[in-house]
Design a binder for this molecule. Structure first.
Ligand SMILES: C[S@@+](CC[C@H](N)C(=O)[O-])C[C@H]1O[C@@H](n2cnc3c(N)ncnc32)[C@H](O)[C@@H]1O
Length: 359
């Protein structure tokens, strides 16, 4: 919806998306009001189920302890992640990261103080979309994702948080284009999504191509490995997290290699933004620092993340490390992450800003 009280320079209509085909019974472009038939819970279950044929099997790609991507990789195949099944995990992780995302969004105001159209590319269940809507209260917001189920979650969140009237959702593959987006965007945010596309260079070019003159692409990729315990926490061999990180890096390589149309690409994001025709304007790394003792929600997320990582990486761990991980995950064990007072959450994520030339 155009910003209240001022005529938009480039009018963005009530719906900023246009239809371009259907998948899983859902419109490719669904406005806030669209609902599939059935009771709400049935609809969600049906959409989650229906999603399996287009995509994925259970994997571990939620933000949390892990490598610089902020989440564990390495389970199954690159194109084989069941994103719908991961919804609660993605939501809890993104909620934990809210202060970091909010700080990043506020920083973006220096290039786009009042965007009219904000796109969250690879939005998942819309937690960051909601944050962007809050940071840019006069903007129309579009959540784009390949998972109709996650987009439905994003719509539900927007309804709960009171901004459904200025949210559109668009089911689209970042690999093949965003033709369903009817108007060029002033700000495109893409967090932890582009690295799930086989040809990242092509995906950036798709995103850059949907920017209005002067528009900004904010890419959140990489950063530092998360830490959630001291190097030596008194159980097993010190340095467990470094060993997990190494396994996860290898899993990430495997995940990327197995994506459809995978292209090996050095992760030089400023160079890739430039190759997409954008001026690399800035890079900044944001810290999420939750010291011990952790609040319950953060503790639960750390435990869930380690559990995912155990599933994914168990084959690469020696018996001693596996036993340590199992103790950390056992709610009945006083030394576990569920009880120990020394658990914390410290991570850093990097945002790269590319700007499209004016005119
Ligand atoms: C790790 S989640 C990140 C979600 C959200 N951006 C965040 O930061 O919390 C990656 C998201 O990218 C989406 N995704 C993966 N590959 C995609 C593609 N080719 N096109 C569109 N979305 C994709 C997934 O469905 C998932 O929602």
């Amino acid at each position: 919806m155009p910003a209240a009280g001022r005529p938009p320079a480039r009018p963005v209509p009530a719906e900023a998306v246009c239809g371009n085909g259907k998948e899983s019974g859902a419109p490719a472009a669904a406005g806030a009001g669209w609902q599939p038939p059935g009771r709400p819970d049935e609809r969600l279950a049906a959409m989650a189920h229906g999603h399996h044929d287009t995509a994925h099997r259970h994997g571990d790609h939620g933000p949390g302890p892990g490598n610089g991507q902020g989440h564990a990789h390495g389970h199954g195949h690159g194109a084989d992640v069941d994103w719908a099944a991961m919804a609660p995990y993605l939501e809890r992780g993104a909620e934990l990261f809210a202060p970091l995302h909010a700080e990043a969004a506020a920083w973006l105001r220096r290039w786009q103080p009042e965007p009219e159209l904000v796109v969250d590319a690879g939005s998942g269940p819309g937690v960051v979309t909601a944050l962007l809507a809050e940071a840019f209260p006069r903007a129309r917001t579009v959540a784009v994702d390949s998972s109709p189920y996650l987009l439905e979650r994003a719509r539900r969140r927007a309804e709960r948080q009171g901004f459904a009237d200025r949210l559109d959702t668009l089911e689209a593959d970042l690999a093949t284009g965003l033709d369903g987006l009817a108007y060029p965007a002033d700000l495109i945010w893409a967090s932890k999504a582009v690295h799930h596309v086989g040809d990242q260079r092509a995906a950036l070019s798709v995103l850059a191509g949907r920017l209005a003159p002067g528009g900004v692409l904010a890419l959140l990729e990489g950063g530092l490995p998360t830490r959630f315990l001291p190097r030596d926490f008194g159980l097993g061999r010190p340095g467990l997290q470094s060993r997990l990180d190494e396994l996860e890096d290898r899993g990430f390589d495997r995940m990327r290699a197995e994506l459809p149309g995978a292209v090996a690409e050095p992760e030089d994001w400023p160079a890739l933004l430039a190759a997409a025709g954008l001026r690399h304007a800035a890079t900044r790394t944001f810290l999420l620092d939750l010291p011990a003792p952790l609040p319950d929600a953060a503790r639960a997320h750390v435990a869930a993340t380690l559990a995912h990582r155990r599933d994914v990486l168990a084959d690469g761990l020696d018996a001693e490390d596996l036993a340590t991980v199992d103790r950390l995950l056992d709610p009945g064990d006083k030394e576990s992450l569920h009880h120990r007072p020394d658990a914390f959450f410290l991570t850093a994520q990097t945002v790269y800003v590319g700007v499209r030339a004016e005119g």
